[in-house]
Write a protein that binds this ligand. Sequence first.
Ligand SMILES: C[S@@+](CC[C@H](N)C(=O)[O-])C[C@H]1O[C@@H](n2cnc3c(N)ncnc32)[C@H](O)[C@@H]1O
Length: 430
Amino acid sequence: MSEHHHQPQYQHDGPPHDDDASDDFDPNDPEETQALHSCLLGYKFYRALTHQQITNTRRQNFHCLPTPHRETLCAPPLSLIQTFQNIDTCIRTNADFVEHILGTGCAAFGVDPAVLPDQLTLLPPALRGEVENAVDKVHSVLKQFVRDWSEEGKEERAPGYGRVLHALAKRWRVEERAEKRVLVPGAGLGRLALEVAEMGCRAEGNEWSYAMLVGSQFVLNCTQQQNQFTLHPFLRSFSLQRSRSAQLRPIPIPDILPSHLVTAHPSQWSNPYLSLLPAHLQAEAAALPPSPPPNLVPVTTEDRISMVSGDFLTCYRPSVAANSFDAIATNFFLDTAADPLAYIDVIWTSLKPGGVWINFGPLLWHFDGKGREGQGGVELTLEEVLYVTELRGFRITERESGVPSFYTSDRESMGRWAYQCEFWVAEKPM
Ligand SMILES: C[S@@+](CC[C@H](N)C(=O)[O-])C[C@H]1O[C@@H](n2cnc3c(N)ncnc32)[C@H](O)[C@@H]1O
């Protein structure tokens, strides 16, 4: 994806750094359009394909079981046929939500919905595989909504978002923050960027996945009420379930109304994750100087959050973004690099002297063994990453190792993948 700048209302304003017109967002670029259309097809065919793959296939398998087994399973309290119907109802609820995103996504990105094919059965076989992948991504985005925009996700957000916000709060007094530019690369559905904005800084999210971008633009700009929507994001997993009620449990979103958050006054801000952070961080937060009265902080909403779509390496290349940011917060992002040295270089050049890189996450290399076209690839250990970080010139001022953390995980599941994350603050010397 090429570079594309969004203000909070996701207007197509052109890129933030305008030295190279060839890299601007171009809706007529066939590759760009194809990536966007393929993402939107995932949103469009979520309903049909999910019914097909989740309940219809299981109904067929169920009907092949021996009659006595079927009789047992159909009778109360198991009532499996009723379970299939309940799952279909939950799929319809999810699909209504997904189609809201489709509508606002088409409008935000200037796509006429009529150009998207109408019927799953009419898709050419080659496109069918692409649509299946795109629907898979929509399933992931629904779980990402739990992580970023539900009360249930708070516990999952706390280790990373809580530490990032704490590191920023320690660094700058409330009255200094309006001047501080903080970049959040790989911003996902935008919660961390919004929380950075809420504490009074100028936050810029960056994201390259259209599936995420249409989701974040929806939640940030189009939601009108707290808990306006109900999702059933875990209905797709039939393994490791303790009960049907756990599998189908409703998750209300958004837990806070983003439009209210950005208008909240920074002097009233307190770290929302503090009670879930270790005692030594709570003690540090308690020792921070008190905030000044509200009238001392001149902050406007427009200045406080923006989203830039496109590849981090392209959007923030040195020729356009050098010395731009006071802090860069990477949360579960560093390991999306094919070449981590390239990310570290861009972080270094984009920071102002005296700026900080705050990192939280594991090293689950996304391009593991495959590399990225035209860029090669390498997977480093934690020791090696820290070595190249210091070699680049960073001074690591804070570190915490082995912080247990989950990512889009179902907390009711019988099995969860836990990361032992690394947190650091690395300063670019003056
Ligand atoms: C593991 S997710 C983390 C999302 C979010 N930071 C969080 O903690 O929930 C990584 C995100 O980075 C995005 N991403 C990966 N490579 C990127 C790149 N080169 N430029 C911009 N975004 C990228 C992905 O699309 C994805 O949304």
